[in-house]
Design a protein around this ligand. Structure first.
Ligand code: CP
Ligand code: NVA
Length: 310
């Protein structure tokens, strides 16, 4: 298979063509199948990924570390607190130095601009492991999970219910590139970023996708194939938690809301979940939930991204 993704950064799904997104998803499906069949693929033998974390992580850290190991490479966990970054070394200089040791960098941080700056000065691919603006690796795992469960992506209705956050943004881009109908329901006080909505709508024109932003969660999930939610207060928003809990109360995904979807609809959550807030136990543990397969697919989709860009 031709690979035009070699040496590319993976900062946002918006930066890639629909064909490139499909190539990543196809590679992920193939790697997963081969792994389940007991086959070993080690295209990254001798390669090293540095993983910079400014925020906590369970899934991202473990899945990237295991992904590198399974592909024959090595991953280094770099806590931002221990790097000289914390003592004022610039991002640009950090990028230049890391480029002399590593074959790729994965970074999880607050400001998206910092990641763009790191990528600008790094001579090696940079992968976005979550910023306040976007979470593209998660959205890729979500697309993979939807395709596995429903056999396709184009034409499906995905309803995102809750805070207009990094997940909402990356799902809009993911849906736009794959021909989905994405409906985001948020309260007026916590909408998605209008610049992201506009960019996703512009991407959608090429694939027949649609991007809608509404206020009513019931209207969003009506006839949905996929219902998605995320925490109300993201990492870094701890001081707003109480205010957001009030504003988002009627956006909880519960059995009553799920009853409005298609009978075969699936429920997704990037995790970690705050059970009893944005989602009830009944839904998390119920028959529609695909959240554990979704979490597993972080591993497979990131193996595909790493194998293609490194
Ligand atoms: N979904 C996700 O990125 O989880 P972590 O914060 O545990 O990495
Ligand atoms: N929106 C959440 C996603 C966590 C994976 C956050 O940024 O904290």
């Amino acid at each position: 298979m031709a690979n035009d993704l070699k040496a590319r950064d993976f900062l946002s799904i918006h930066d890639f063509t629909p064909e490139a997104i499909e190539q990543i998803l196809d590679t992920a499906a193939m790697l997963k199948l081969r792994q389940k069949a007991g086959l070993t693929d080690q295209p990254l033998r001798g390669k090293t990924l540095g993983m910079i974390f400014q925020k906590s992580s369970t899934r991202t850290r473990i899945s990237f570390e295991v992904a590198m190991w399974q592909l024959g490479g090595y991953a280094l966990y770099l806590s931002a607190n221990d790097l000289q970054l914390k003592r004022g070394e610039t991002i640009a200089d950090t990028a230049r130095v890391l480029s002399r040791y590593l074959d790729g960098i994965m970074i999880r941080t607050y400001s998206h601009e910092e990641v763009v700056e790191l990528a600008r000065h790094a001579e090696i691919p940079v992968i976005n492991g979550l910023t306040d603006l976007l979470h593209p690796c998660q959205a890729m795992a979500d697309l993979m999970t939807i395709a596995e469960k429903r056999g396709r992506l184009a034409g499906l209705r995905l309803a995102y219910v809750g805070d207009g956050n990094n997940m909402a943004h990356s799902l809009m881009f993911g849906g736009a590139k794959t021909g989905m109908h994405v409906v985001v329901a948020t309260p007026r006080s916590y909408p998605p970023d209008p610049g992201i909505v506009e960019a996703a709508r512009s991407d959608a024109r090429a694939t027949g996708a649609t991007i809608e932003v509404v206020e009513d969660p019931g209207a969003a999930v009506k006839g949905a194939d996929v219902v998605y939610t995320d925490v109300w207060a993201s990492m870094g928003q701890e001081s707003q938690a109480e205010e957001k809990r009030k504003a988002l109360q009627s956006y909880q995904v519960n059995s009553k809301l799920m009853a409005l979807t298609k009978a075969e609809a699936i429920f997704l959550h990037c995790l970690p979940a705050h059970r009893g807030e944005e989602v009830t136990d009944e839904v998390m543990d119920g028959p529609h939930s695909a959240v554990w397969d979704q979490a597993e697919n972080r591993l497979h989709v990131q193996k595909a991204i790493l194998a293609l860009v490194l």
